[in-house]
Design a protein around this ligand. Sequence first.
Ligand SMILES: [Zn+2]
Length: 79
Amino acid sequence: MVCSKCGSNNINVQVVTRVKSKKHGFLYWMFIGWWLELMMWLIFTLPWLIIKIFKPKKVTSKVQKMAICQECGHSWKVK
Ligand SMILES: [Zn+2]
């Protein structure tokens, strides 16, 4: 495997589980984040619980291989 950016073959392949994380600023959390989170929790917790109870277990976690170049830090998906 060779880095497409710098041509180095010093590649580190890692298995990563993708977790969606949105980064918001401090002000966002001060004015919107906390009550949005609360509202989302109130709106979605009940249906989520109902789904949990009635639907069979289905574990879906996306595992992906990521190659990271040790030379330049370039990272890409490995199929
Ligand atoms: Zn590289």
